[in-house]
Design a protein around this ligand. Structure first.
Ligand SMILES: Cc1cc2nc3c(=O)[nH]c(=O)nc-3n(C[C@H](O)[C@H](O)[C@H](O)COP(=O)(O)OP(=O)(O)OC[C@H]3O[C@@H](n4cnc5c(N)ncnc54)[C@H](O)[C@@H]3O)c2cc1C
Length: 347
């Protein structure tokens, strides 16, 4: 029998590591190149929700993450500067784990099952061809007009939440608070920088604290922040893209980034990695061509994600339109319908 052909994955984030683990489980030789080093903090709501949880279970990683301290989120509440909803049960529970712990847990797992993981190795962007998978995360926006988005996050202690996940919206973005491992709360926000307004740039952690008098400011009044966990990311593109439109084999955010308000980006990273495992293992065994494998993975990813991406685009618009925020808070306070619709259609 011919030797299995090796696969190289560029990017050791969630999609790249999960794909590497899935391929190793099928005996495929794998090398992952990661530009950074583990452990590291990443801008992320750290709220894993949706079908990606099933991908983790099927890949045998759910228990592994539970051992890394993952906690369960079962309730959510919605806040504006002046209104709040009572905690509502989430239609299905989420798993919450810091990226500091999550990425290193997956990296350790990959190494434990024989994957080669090279840290501090940035691969030239143009060199993604046969045998290489792009898992390099978000891409910069194609156009420069309109709003630009940036994200901030920091961990805190001494924060008592009303629900496992709290969403605090304001005119120019939102902040999510969620209970994570180690008794900490993740404070993560997405903000809009309007084009042509240079004064409206990321001003560090201050934006995460909310306006004076807001429920968010009140919630974080006694917080003890872990300054080492603070991180920021700019140049986010939230325009949905199709995997089939990519000429390279991509997984995770390298295909497209779902608006973070859905809390589904990590799930899509896990799901796309799982969808890529069987076709890539078949290529490695010489049973299919690279082009065929790439097309199948792209088709399956588009079929899995197209509907939720479309709903996510509208949810993001709705939640971030200032005139609609108080009516939405009132709706969220009154019925489970809004939660269920927003939650189920975006995952
Ligand atoms: C503000 C904000 C909040 C979010 N909140 C949530 C949430 O609550 N729940 C959720 O599910 N998702 C959330 N997300 C989305 C989630 O973080 C991403 O969808 C997820 O990280 C995608 O995983 P990935 O592996 O595709 O990319 P990444 O995790 O970004 O990993 C890509 C990796 O590739 C490496 N890399 C890049 N270029 C190269 C190169 N040339 N060579 C080698 N390595 C390279 C990078 O160093 C990085 O480690 C949020 C995102 C933002 C911005």
């Amino acid at each position: 029998m011919p030797a299995a052909k090796p696969i190289t994955i560029v990017g050791g984030g969630l999609a790249g590591l999960t794909l590497g683990i899935g391929l190793r489980q099928r005996g495929v030789p794998v090398t992952v190149h990661e530009a950074g080093r583990y452990p590291r903090h990443r801008v992320c709501g750290e709220f894993i929700s949706g079908r990606g949880q099933d991908s983790l279970t099927r890949l045998g990683l759910r228990e592994w993450l539970a051992r890394s301290g993952a906690v369960s989120a079962r309730t959510a509440a919605f806040f504006t500067a002046t209104q709040s909803s009572a905690p509502r049960p989430l239609p299905s529970p989420a798993i919450c784990l810091s990226r500091f712990a999550l990425d290193v847990a997956l990296a350790n797992k990959l190494r434990a099952i024989g994957g080669e993981l090279l840290e501090g190795e940035r691969v030239a962007a143009e060199s993604i061809g046969e045998g290489l998978v792009r898992a390099t995360g978000r891409r910069p926006p194609a156009e420069t007009g309109g709003s630009r988005w940036f994200g901030l996050k920091i961990h805190a202690r001494n924060v008592a939440l009303a629900a496992d996940l709290e969403m605090h919206v304001s005119a120019d973005g939102y902040v999510g608070l969620c209970q994570i491992n180690g008794g900490e709360v993740n404070v993560c926000g997405l903000f809009r920088k309007r084009a042509g307004n240079p004064g409206d740039a990321p001003n560090g952690r201050g934006l995460l604290l909310g306006q004076p008098g807001s429920p968010l400011r009140e919630r974080l009044a006694g917080a003890a922040f872990d300054e080492d966990s603070f991180c920021a990311v700019a140049g986010l593109s939230l325009r949905p893209e199709r995997a089939a439109a990519r000429s390279e084999l991509c997984v995770g955010d390298a295909i497209t980034m779902i608006p973070p308000v859905t809390g589904n980006g990590m799930s899509m990273a896990f799901e796309s990695a799982e969808l890529a495992v069987a076709p890539l293992a078949a290529w490695s065994r010489g049973e299919t061509g690279w082009r065929e494998a790439r097309r199948k993975i792209a088709r399956d990813c588009d079929a899995a994600f197209a509907r939720r991406l479309a709903w996510a685009k509208w949810l993001q618009r709705l939640v971030l339109t200032p005139a609609l925020q108080n009516p939405l808070a009132a709706l969220a306070a009154r019925s489970d319908w809004f939660w269920r619709l927003a939650f189920e259609r975006t995952r």
